[in-house]
Write a protein that binds this ligand. Structure first.
Ligand code: DX5
Ligand code: ZN
Length: 217
């Protein structure tokens, strides 16, 4: 699978969100990453339904919704109804993860599970065949612009071992501290969806960063 790029609008200009979404629409990006934070699961609050609706109104690319919230079951249908194409929940936030994953899939959404940096990939052993996507957090979730955690590379190898021969079409997403400096290494390690916030939106020309993430030199 050629890798995908999913720019995170957490780093966009919220005073001019339509502009930044149109920029993604016209770029080589594949998805739009939407980070929802509740101030409980993570120590930060990002945005909720009104912003999600505004994003959907202008987005021409699928919405890749990353829920950093406790007990996400409460809101899955609402994010689906507001246009999520994929919904990723955190392993650490779900007591009945199998049920949560099934309810995402029943709505016709791509189902993803995110792992915090301290959570071993091996804990997905009994759910991996039900998943469309695994999101490997390469920073502690909650904020954009953090430093990539090096141990992440080991997790791609662990995931490869866990899935070998039985889950070739899995989306393996990496989120946090991703940019032009590490894209090549991440793709060779096995990531096939790259989330990038600050590296895209703090650049003078975000669409050329997206292009370079899509086509690393
Ligand atoms: C962090 C979020 C990320 C964030 C990434 O909790 O899940 O998606 O936007 O930001 P950068 O790319 O700046 O590390
Ligand atoms: Zn995210």
């Amino acid at each position: 699978m050629n890798h995908l790029v999913s720019p995170s609008i957490l780093a966009a200009d919220f005073g001019n969100l339509q502009h930044d979404i149109e920029l993604i629409n016209q770029s080589e990006a594949d998805w739009i990453h939407v980070d929802v934070m509740d101030g409980m699961f993570v120590p930060n609050i990002s945005f909720g339904f009104p912003v999600m609706e505004a994003v959907k109104k202008h987005a021409a690319k699928p919405l890749d919704v990353h829920l950093m919230i406790v007990d996400p079951d409460r809101y899955i249908k609402e994010f689906h109804d507001r246009g999520a194409n994929g919904i990723t929940v955190h392993y650490e936030a779900c007591t009945h993860l199998h049920r949560t994953v099934q309810s995402i899939k029943e709505l016709g959404c791509r189902a993803g599970v995110a792992l915090n940096p301290h959570t071993p990939v091996a804990l997905l052993e009994d759910i991996i065949l039900d998943l469309d996507l695994v999101l490997i957090m390469s920073v502690n979730p909650g904020f954009g612009g953090q430093k990539f955690i090096g141990n992440t590379y080991k997790k791609f190898a662990d995931l490869k071992r866990l899935t070998s021969g039985r889950k070739e079409d899995l989306y393996i997403e990496v989120d946090g501290g991703v940019g032009e400096h590490n894209v090549k290494d991440l793709v060779s390690a096995g990531a096939n969806v790259l989330v990038a916030g600050n590296s895209v939106f703090s650049a003078a020309e975000p669409s050329s960063v997206i292009k370079n993430l899509k086509n690393p030199a």
